[in-house]
Design a protein around this ligand. Structure first.
Ligand SMILES: [Zn+2]
Length: 270
């Protein structure tokens, strides 16, 4: 009797252990499902190759953008090893805007982060400085020129008329047509932009022009939340120095990674 009871108890204990393990596995599966809602981030270093972007007294936007993008990539691999990080370019080469969006879409990115430098029309030494975050949205007339400048590499691409449905400087309605594409990701893009802006201002003490909605084409074709980061004015003497320094690039990269972490946390909690 005692022996049989013990046996029965062993079976019951085993049964409970199996049930507990199954329940734990199910819970873990659920947790992983939640944790993996945000799994791929696209890092886009602006310009490249024959398209240098803006320039300062001694440096080019394409090189600064790539250096920062590489630092973001390295930090993400180290801090968030469970997510995929896809670079639209990792060398000094020209990548069409359309191809950048394709890379992002093919990899089913959850967030598109495009890294650029700003430049003021007043030229080197101008007082314009600080970061600015662009989210694809309803552009306003006074912002059109900045958007056109960021989209300037379209004109370098031979077959832009085919690729961009006749997109041209004289056809601003092209922007409006493209707006419909990104509207559903607008809120999430603004969320990421706001989180990043907070990091730049509070952690790095940067001046900021804030999060703005503009008709930036590289963001328009990416079917995911997307933010273009103007990391600073390359033609402002002080900012050019900061943008080219190891310390400055590292600070910018750390802020981007912190914002990605905060954003992922919010998205996964939804
Ligand atoms: Zn740019």
């Amino acid at each position: 009797m005692f022996r049989r009871l013990t046996k029965a108890r062993v079976f019951i204990l085993l049964f409970i252990a199996i049930l507990t393990t199954l329940a734990d596995t199910a819970a873990l599966g659920q947790q992983q499902k939640t944790a993996f809602k945000f799994k791929t981030v696209i890092i886009d270093a602006g310009h490249g190759g024959k398209d240098p972007g803006a320039h300062g007294a001694y440096s080019l936007e394409k090189n600064v953008a790539l250096a920062i993008a590489k630092k973001v990539h390295a930090l993400l691999m180290q801090d968030l090893p469970d997510i995929n990080v896809v670079m639209t370019r990792s060398t000094d080469r020209f990548v069409e805007l359309k191809r950048r969006s394709e890379i992002a879409n093919e990899n089913q990115g959850n967030l598109f982060v495009s890294i650029h430098c700003n430049s003021s029309p007043q030229g080197t030494g101008a007082e314009n400085r600080g970061v600015m975050l662009l989210v694809y949205g309803f552009h306003r007339k006074e912002e059109q020129m900045e958007a056109l400048r960021e989209n300037a590499s379209i004109y370098i691409e031979k077959d832009y008329q085919k690729n961009y449905d006749g997109y041209s400087e004289n056809n601003p309605t092209a922007f409006i047509v493209l707006n419909a594409f990104m509207e559903k990701y607008r809120k999430q893009s603004i969320l990421f932009g706001t989180l990043l802006n907070k990091e730049f201002v509070e952690d790095d003490g940067r001046r900021s022009r804030g999060v703005k909605e503009q008709g930036v084409l590289v963001l328009a074709h990416s079917a995911m939340p997307a933010v273009l980061i103007e990391t600073g004015y390359i033609n402002n003497t002080k900012e050019e120095k900061y943008l080219n320094s190891e310390e400055g690039q590292q600070a910018i990269a750390i802020s981007i990674v912190k914002a990605i972490k905060a954003y992922r946390k919010q998205i996964n909690a939804q």
